[in-house]
Every structure is written in C-alpha cells, then in structure tokens.
Design a protein around this ligand. Sequence first.
Ligand code: 13P
Length: 265
Amino acid sequence: MNNKSTRRKIVAGNWKMNLNSHQAMELVTGISTYLENAELPKHHEAIVCPPMPYLFLVSNSISEELEGKLSVGAQNCYPEASGAYTGEAAPEMIADIGCQYVLVGHSERRKYFGESHDFLAQKVNKLLQTGLTPIFCCGEPLEIREAGTHETYVATQLRESIFHLDATDLARLVIAYEPVWAIGTGKTASPEQAQDMHAAIRNLLAAQYGDELADGVTLLYGGSCKPANAHELFSQKDVDGGLIGGASLKADSFTKLIEILNEVG
Ligand code: 13P
C-alpha cells in the first residue's frame, strides 16, 4: 500500500498569535504573488491560518484565480452554530468569510486551554457538518517519546476524537502529526521518526477503515520544519507535506517549502 504520488499535498502555515494586520497582508500578498506565477500540480495546495482578527482580511485578499492553490484556515472554532459563547467563532462564520480549513487539537490548545478528546470530537463533527475541513493535530510530549509509548499515545488521540466518524467523513480530514517536543524548539523529528509515526498512523487508519481509505489520507508533519530540513522530511513515503509555524511567517521561507514539496512530488 502506498499511493504517495496521488494524495493531496499540502503546506499549511499556522501563524499562531503573530503579526500585525500590515504584516499579515504583506505575507499573504507575497505568497499569492509566488503562487500566481508557480506551476504546481492540481493536487498541491498551500494554506494560511492567520490569527482570527485578520481572517477576513486575508481571505478577502486572495484572488479567484488562486482557488484550490491557496486556501485559508482558522486556528480555532467553537462547536456551535451561534449563541451566547462570548469570544468564540462558529464554523458557520468561518465558512461565511471564505475559509475552507480549521485546525483542531493543536497541542497549544490542548495544553493552554485544556481541550479534551471529547471537545475536539465535537469540533470535528461540527466542522464536517458545516462543510469545512478539519486539520486534526496529534502528537506526543517529550516524556512520552522518552518512555517509548508515543505510538499508543497518538493512537488514543485518534481513537478518542476522530475514530467515531464514518468512512466518508474520515476521508475528508487532513491529519497533522506534530510531536510537542519539536514545536518551536528548533528540534525537528528525524525523517525516520516522522516516517515511523506517519506509517503507524496510516496503519491505524487502515485497521479501522481499510487500506484504500488509509492510503488516501493526507498526513502532514509539523515541528520546526523549515527549508533546511523539509526536503528530507517531505521525501518520506507517508509524509504529504507540513504544518509550519515559525517558517510560515516569512513569504520567502514559506514559498520555499511549497517549492520543495513540489520537487519531491
Ligand atoms: P514550528 O514550526 O514553529 O515548530 O511550529 C509548528 C506548529 O506548531 C505548527 O502548527
């Protein structure tokens, strides 16, 4: 089983809580300009996930000709359509301003906001009902990696928040493996560590949903991924692109990552 060449390939930038509105516009303009001139296969896509206050601005700035090439994602959502949830944003609102994706289960939200498996499952359900694509993040902290139980840990994250989905819905997800010890630390997982975990995730998907479905799911790697190490990471047979933090904040490094993904195919 391996269908790497036909799976959807993605470089997604998680801008986290960074940039002012001017910088955000400068960044998306730089990425748009690159993509307007780049020859990319149809199944390659770049995604930017700006902070919520700039979401509309950024999404509104992307020209129609970049549809399918450059998409916008939110970093968070609340799993209700509307109501008395002060400070939150509904999937419907995020879809309404032209976004296609939402990050769910990022380790920073699990850690700082105490988001549980069950709450993440509710978000995934609501996003799918709204027609948005969840980018479901999983990954183990350092102590779990050191204890050697990282595969079981990630399996639990998947089982508790996405394995309740039927096959049709599961097939609509993008999954990002982001080892917590590699996020913002400059310490990247080795290409072998990334490949091993991606293969383990694909095996879990296969056991639950069958080989064909597992083979079609896009699996991104995240954690200190940058132009200097992306070639090796993206070349791994179960790595279909990256979810990028720091290196997504500059147009030249982000577009370089798009170029590298295109080179490795
Ligand atoms: P860094 O690329 O800055 O390590 O962040 C990764 C990440 O958390 C993306 O969601």
